[in-house]
Design a protein around this ligand. Structure first.
Ligand code: PRP
Length: 215
């Protein structure tokens, strides 16, 4: 492995600012991260670490390939995508849940016909229903999944629920809980061995400062 700085991949978007807050709490200079413009690789002045910003599944890809040593990514992406890396810690922010939701008043588990479920997360959905021994047809949707039952494409959806506002405003409700979600710290398996001292130190700092119960 080449002699470069330790590289941390952060998921752009929803959990980005909380992750940057965490790095600041550790004592890192996050000025470049706060004023990044369109730059994708940011340095942390005075530290042997640089930060890469990427989409959720790409964070996993970069960490799996070892071009990033560490990553911060949602459990939702880990559950759907899987991969070969160590999931080291629950960072306690970005908390939400996967839920099965239906049009208000619908009894999803009643009746004999095979139900249709729309989702951005077919793998999570498949495993959830398989564990329950329920046969369903899964339709992959790319966004605003809540639309599917409203227009009659599906009987239900498996999606992320955070505040519940999107469901409520569209006449839908949670029917069953699928899984709790939060941001996780992941580490490349080879980096963990070859850069053990440096990585362990960063993991320790992150774990000490993520005060997971307060988020
Ligand atoms: C997510 C999710 C829900 C919404 C839930 O969508 O898919 O639609 O957030 O949040 P709430 O419970 O606080 O209303 P996102 O905003 O990521 O957009 P997308 O549906 O276009 O992917």
């Amino acid at each position: 492995m080449e002699n470069r700085k330790v590289r941390l991949a952060l998921t752009k978007g929803r959990i980005e600012s909380k992750a940057v807050d965490l790095l600041e709490k550790i004592g890192y200079d996050v000025s470049e991260l706060r004023n990044k413009g369109r730059r994708l690789i940011l340095s942390v002045p005075g530290e042997d670490i640089e930060v890469v910003l990427a989409k959720p599944t790409d964070v996993i890809t970069y960490v799996e390939h070892g071009v990033c040593d560490l990553g911060v990514v949602g459990k939702d992406t880990i559950m759907e995508h899987g991969g070969k890396f160590f999931e080291i810690s629950d960072l306690g922010f970005g908390k939400c849940r996967f839920a099965l939701a239906v049009k208000k008043g619908t009894e999803f588990y009643k009746g004999y016909g095979v139900k249709t479920v729309a989702t951005k997360y077919p793998e999570v959905t498949r495993k959830f229903f398989e564990a329950k021994g329920i046969d369903v047809d899964i339709v992959k949707i790319e966004g605003s999944v809540e639309l599917a039952p409203l227009v009659g494409l599906s009987d239900g959806i498996v999606d992320i629920v955070e505040t519940g506002t999107t469901l409520k405003e569209n006449g839908l409700e949670v029917y069953d809980h699928v899984a709790d979600i939060s941001a996780r710290l992941i580490v490349n398996t080879v980096s963990m061995k070859l850069k053990q001292e440096r990585i362990s130190e960063i993991v320790r700092l992150i774990e000490e400062n993520c005060d997971d119960k307060n988020n």
